[in-house]
Structure formats: C-alpha cells, structure tokens
Design a protein around this ligand. Sequence first.
Ligand code: TYM
Length: 343
Amino acid sequence: HKVIFSGIQPTGIPHLGNYFGALANWVKLQRNAAPEDELLFSVVGWHALTLPQDPKALQQARMDMMALLLAVGIDPKRSIVFHQDHIQNHTELAWILSCITPTGKLRRMTTWKTRLAVSRNANDESEVDDSLLNTGLFTYPVLQAADILAYKATHVPVGDDQQQHLELTRDIAEGFNRAYKTPSRLFPLPEYMTTPSKRILSLKDPSAKMSKSAVDPNSRIVLTDTPAQIKSKIRGATTDSIQGITYDPVARPGTSNLLSILAACTDDDVLEVAKRYHNRNHGDLKADVTEVVEETFRKPRAEFERLRGETEYLTQIAEEGAAKARSRSDATLREVRHRVGLA
Ligand code: TYM
C-alpha cells in the first residue's frame, strides 16, 4: 500500500502554483486512493521559521493554512492533516539524519545557492551578508527528509521546485539503510509524484516560477483574491506580441503559462486547449482564463471564509490529526533509536 505524504509552509495564502502544483493534486490523490493507502498532509511551521516571521502573523497563518486545506477539499476523516510542529519526532529524526548527511550535499541545494547568491555583495564576491543565512535554512532539506521518513512515506506529491529536496531525501534514506542495515532496510525510498501543472510561472516575469515571496503581488493570484483582483492580474499578465495562440513554453512562456492555467482549471490537456485557441488572440485567452480561475477559486474561497472563524473546530481537527501522526511516527522513531543505539 501507498503512504502519501506532503507538506506546505504556513507563509501566506496559497497561490495558483501551490494550488495546482500541490493542493488540488492532493485532493485528487485522496479521491483516487485505494482503501488501504494512507495520506498525510502537514502544515510545516518549523520550515517557516527559516525566514524571519512575525509571531502573531505566523500563528494566524498556521490556522489559516489548516482552514485552507479543509476548504480545498482535504477530508480529515480520510487523510491525516496536522501541524508538523506538534510532532517532536520530526526534529529528533532530523537531528539523527543530519548526522549522516554530508554538508556538501546541502551546499548543492538550489534554494541554499539562491540565498547565498542574494547575500553576496555584488561588488565583492568574497563578502557575504550572513544575517539571513541561518543554520536552519541550510539544514532545511534534512528536516523535510525527516517529515517524509518519519511516516515511511512511499509517495510525495510536490511541484517541480521540490524535486531536488526529494532526491536528497532518497539519498538520506539510502544512507541510513546502508549505515544501519540490520535486520533489514528501514526506509522505503519515496517516489516523486508530479502533476501536469508542476510549475506555474509568475504572471509578471514568466522566466520565474509563481512564488509567495516575489515582491510584486500582481505576479501571483492567491486563493482569497476577489474576482476583480483576478481579472486585473490576468489582464496585466505578461505575454508576447506574436499573432495567434500556440503552446510553446520556450519561445512563449507567458502565453504558454496562461494555457497551462486554463488547462489545469478545466482539467484538460494543454495541447488540446492550445488547439482551440489557435486562431484567437490574447484578449480572448485572458478573458477565458479569468473566468475559469474565478470559477475554480469561488468555492474554496467561500469555504475558507466560513472555516476561518471556526477556531475551535480547527483546533480540534489539528489535535486529532496530531494524535494520529504521533502514533505513526512514534513507531518509526522507536525503530530508529534502536538501530542507532539510543533505545
Ligand atoms: P511550499 O510551501 O513552498 O510549497 C507548497 C507546494 O507548492 C508547490 N509549488 C508550486 N507548484 C507549481 N508551480 C509553482 N509556481 C509552485 N510554487 C510552489 C511546491 O512544489 C510544494 O509542493 N519544502 C516544502 C514544504 C515541505 C514538504 C515537506 C513538502 C516541508 N516538508 C515534506 C513535501 C514533503 C515547501 O517549502 O513547499
């Protein structure tokens, strides 16, 4: 049977990329899972601490993310939904795994390299402002590996940007299995599960992915945007001046991104969608994308607004999820402690 695990950071309202790259896919997996499959979805508060957070805002964002997961259709009766930071097993396992993870592997992580690059003095490469280069940011992928391995997950549905972290997780699992091999391999090697919309691009700069941290809020559409905001953001999306519509992610990334979003919203094949727009123009395409995005977000947005105020209910769901996650990860940690000689 499958054990499906994924996580999302409680840093702001999810955008279209999070939605199609992760959340909507989780709901699909939940719907199609075999009865014996297990699904776990976690709000990863510890990962959020790698960047400066306002404590009050973080507290609210954690609650909001729980409400959002339920609002998009994660069913707490079927899937285990929980806050990562409620389960100490993750940090204990992260420590143990960090002791078998060479620092060179972490130095090669794209996220780390990007942070390092922006912290370098543009005029003097040897000068690094390390005020944002905390140790947590460096070891973040090990904590992510611990999230996954604490449940012996077999499948991890994530967007494109997390693939490298998943490869590292497999390396770490293999390293552990090799170092502590008796009586048998402890961890399954988790598989990367992707979706057709694994990489939704920024509406303003289609050479970059859509991201929560981009400065321009018009570069992303978030789940709580009003129809008027959705309309104006899509109207302002960067495309190109080529006549007609074709799907060509290399030469026409902005136009292709709109086609991908349309295809994701209508659950169609992007090439089929592109065919339908062949003789039409960007105005037509943008009008239709606006309509389907509005339609896609309407129900989750309303459901989120409703659930958001139900703090008692959200707390109860989080506690129930934590109890289940704890008992499952306790079993793994008992084995891990025993293997390494800390039973
Ligand atoms: P996070 O919170 O940045 O993103 C959550 C999910 O959204 C996907 N995603 C995208 N997909 C398509 N297009 C985009 N533009 C886009 N932007 C984000 C991400 O790939 C991700 O699936 N490190 C993780 C959280 C995490 C985790 C885990 C995930 C912690 N532990 C264990 C899986 C398993 C992160 O920061 O995701």
